[in-house]
Design a protein around this ligand. Structure first.
Ligand SMILES: Nc1ncnc2c1ncn2[C@@H]1O[C@H](COP(=O)(O)OP(=O)(O)OP(=O)(O)O)[C@@H](O)[C@H]1O
Length: 320
């Protein structure tokens, strides 16, 4: 059984002048126990809204969030509090999410206190254990967030997120604010912890090169919808959607066979006023007539390489 299953999840925001912003539209996906799902797409495509909706930090407008088979949408406060032990999130800005007036030990131990886990001494021991787990010295517990670098602060945020031994972690642009050299350290740490703890992770990033190494599967989002989803290896070597191909062409790959960078014209369309038909048609290098009129559904394509496990929403492919 899937640990998490999203069914037709949508989130709209009220926009300017009575418009409706379709931030997430009809997203269905699953995450298995111990699986890492990468979610990629340009800024504004709805990744954060998706990640936050599934923890109900944002209330979804429609759809279901099944966690271990139970729909979290509509769950009362008390039930939601107990589910939150299993569902944690880390954010892009590790400084903004860490209370500057609390010691690191207090910050990491807070979820344990909130959920009344163990005695004081046990909680302190657990904090020490967590600091070790994320590669921070034991004396970090008595210091304050501002005494640490960006990478170290993200380690603190990770330790805090892991305090209650969650089953699913949402990492929302968790390394985007860090220097590239530090990024890989934190990615490696998350990958290492994922294996040791058999965590499920939704790893959100606008940068395909960040999620490619840690993801088992990758979902590509465009204007609130999944346009392609499949095994990471297949997405990286045989991308099907022209948007995925463009994202991929933007990252330098040693040994990449052919073709240069595909530069997408124009901006991401306004989610309050999405284009008719395929939302990508205004920027698609392979646009056809039908794309203006009809929105392609996410489906297994027939006319692709044998063994393909991806699903794609594009008129270039026939549904299997
Ligand atoms: N509270 C809100 N009110 C109105 N519109 C919003 C709100 N939050 C997000 N949006 C809009 O919803 C769309 C999706 O935003 P979201 O932050 O989920 O995208 P994203 O892919 O995570 O982008 P980023 O990485 O820049 O945060 C954007 O057009 C954004 O402007």
């Amino acid at each position: 059984m899937s640990l998490l299953e999203l069914r037709h999840l949508s989130k709209t925001y009220p926009g300017a002048n009575g418009a409706v912003v379709q931030a997430v539209s009809d997203v269905s996906l699953t995450i298995a126990p111990g699986e890492v799902l990468g979610v990629v797409g340009e800024s504004g495509c709805g990744k954060s809204t998706l990640g936050r909706s599934l923890l109900r930090l944002i209330e979804p407008t429609a759809g279901e969030v099944l966690f271990e088979g139970r729909d979290l949408v509509g769950l009362g406060k008390r039930d939601m509090k107990s589910v939150r032990r299993d569902l944690q999130i880390i954010f892009q800005d590790p400084f903004g999410s860490l209370n500057p007036r609390h010691t690191v030990g207090g910050i990491i131990g807070e979820p344990l206190e909130v959920h009344r886990v163990g005695t004081r001494a046990e909680r302190r021991a657990r904090v020490t254990e967590l600091l070790k787990l994320v590669g921070l010295p034991e004396d970090a517990a008595n210091r304050y967030p501002h005494e640490f670098s960006g990478g170290q602060r993200q380690r603190i945020a990770i330790a805090r997120a892991l305090a209650l031994e969650p089953k699913l972690l949402v990492a929302d642009e968790a390394v985007s604010a860090l220097d590239v050299s530090i990024q890989s350290q934190i990615i490696n740490l998350i990958a290492d912890l994922q294996k040791r703890l058999n965590l499920s992770i939704m790893f959100i990033s606008h940068d395909l090169s960040v999620i490619r190494h840690v993801s088992d599967r990758i979902a590509v989002m465009y204007l609130g919808r999944i346009v392609e989803i499949g095994p990471a290896e297949e997405i990286m070597t045989a991308p099907k959607h022209p948007y995925t191909q463009a994202l991929l062409s933007a990252i330098p790959r040693p040994g990449a066979a052919r073709g240069g960078r595909i530069v997408l014209e124009g901006e991401l369309p306004d989610p309050a006023n999405p284009p008719a038909g395929c939302a990508f048609h205004t920027r698609c290098p392979k646009v056809m007539d039908i794309c203006h009129r009809q929105r392609p559904l996410l489906a297994r394509p027939a006319n692709v390489e044998p063994g393909s496990e991806s699903e794609v929403a594009c008129h270039l492919y026939e549904a299997a």
